[in-house]
Design a protein around this ligand. Structure first.
Ligand code: NAP
Length: 346
């Protein structure tokens, strides 16, 4: 098979496109013919550069922390999938063989693409219980991106903020990964009224194109005043942040109304933000941070995507051989959207 191999941390050129023996699925594993693997700023680009040492990546490494594709071969003991099934897999998983349902496994764990071979390859093996069935009408590129971003957004908006139909929801970072799916989940799953905010007119417009009812470019408008104007003076019920921009979030926070909920899973624009505690207690506001997601939400995300309720924000799809170029593109453009590698493309 063809695969990307990282032999040493360093520049994008260190991602070499190589021919390797096909991997054989071990006991309890399936082999996936990869059709999509996402490229990520931290888990791929920063990892390759060598700034993610705390994750203890094992070199030489086939990167790629997720994949979507077709089951191509079954290891001994696997009955829950058959060859030809459409699946996706990501994240932490056992490093040693284990039963197909993972029962009783207490050995070492690690992420694919960091501690075990990842998705930047034509073929990858994963434990069967870490693979998720895909709706047959969901394309692989969308599935990989949905798997990466939707469960976190879904957890924040549905489970944590408990967004109800008719709620006013403010989505920060309208054109970002979590922002783009957050707009669609708030609107199409929760039935909320959605206001999105971003740091340029074009990025705010992108939020409108995804279904937001209103958009605020906070570089030209007073976000608090706009929130109060749009909501008739009530303020929003939910503020979905994930950025912690210290210049913007304090004003957005003042646009939260009575009983408002601020939810977040990220702070790359901060992390320290001054918050008006008078507004916090006076309006009985709740702030809840919640990284991660619930496994039970992933099939709901896939189904919503298959039904067209969530469109995956994909900027580029490139062949596997262009992995180094994908990394360069991300490094040169901080606003670059999602890049997907497809090993079936030439
Ligand atoms: N993606 C996930 O699934 C996931 C899961 C768990 C946690 N997180 C965390 O959630 C956060 C957002 O992730 P993401 O993938 O949505 O990020 P992203 O798409 O890279 O960026 C989201 C938004 O952040 C703003 N931004 C970017 N760089 C900034 C900077 N240097 N200073 C201030 N604002 C900046 C931009 O919005 P403006 O238009 O306002 O400038 C951008 O659209 C990150 O901290 C990430 O670690 C992400």
């Amino acid at each position: 098979m063809k695969a990307i191999v990282l032999h040493a941390f360093g520049p994008p050129e260190n991602l070499s496109y190589e021919s390797l023996p096909d991997p054989a699925p071990r006991f309890g594993e399936i082999r996936i013919r990869v059709h999509a693997a996402t490229v990520n700023r931290v888990l791929d680009v920063a990892l390759r550069a060598g700034t993610q040492g705390h994750r203890k990546p094992v070199l030489p490494l086939i990167p790629g922390v997720d994949c979507a594709g077709v089951v191509d071969a079954l290891g001994e003991g696997v009955t829950c999938f058959k060859v030809g099934d459409h699946v996706a897999a990501a994240g932490g998983m056992p490093l040693n063989p284990c039963p197909e349902d993972g029962a009783g496994y207490d050995g070492p764990q690690g992420m694919m693409g960091i501690k075990r071979p990842g998705g930047f390859a034509e073929l990858v093996c994963v434990p069967a219980f870490k693979a998720h069935s895909l709706p047959i009408n969901l394309d692989f590129h969308a599935a990989a991106v949905v798997m990466r971003h939707c469960p976190t957004a879904w957890n924040l908006l549905v489970n944590i903020a408990k967004t109800k139909p008719g709620d006013w929801v403010l989505i920060m970072g309208a054109s970002g990964n979590l922002g783009a799916v957050g707009i669609q989940i708030a609107k199409n799953i929760c039935g909320a009224r959605v206001i999105c905010a971003a740091g340029s007119g074009a990025r705010a417009e992108a939020g409108l194109a995804l279904g937001a009812d209103h958009a605020i470019d906070y570089t030209t408008k007073d976000i608090r005043a706009e929130l109060l104007r749009i909501t008739g003076g009530h303020g929003v019920n939910v503020l979905y942040d994930n950025i912690a921009n210290p210049k913007v979030l304090p004003q957005a926070f003042l646009g939260l109304g009575e009983g408002g909920r601020l939810v977040t899973a990220g702070a790359h624009g901060g992390p320290v933000v001054p918050i008006d505690f008078f507004h916090l207690y006076d309006h009985r506001i709740t702030i809840q941070g919640m990284p991660g997601s619930r496994a039970s939400d992933l099939p709901l995300c896939f189904q919503a995507a298959a039904e067209g309720k969530i469109k995956a924000p994909i900027a580029h799809v490139l062949p596997l051989s262009k992995a180094a170029e994908a990394h360069r593109m991300m490094e040169s453009d901080p606003g670059m959207g999602k890049i997907v590698l497809d090993p079936t493309l030439d």
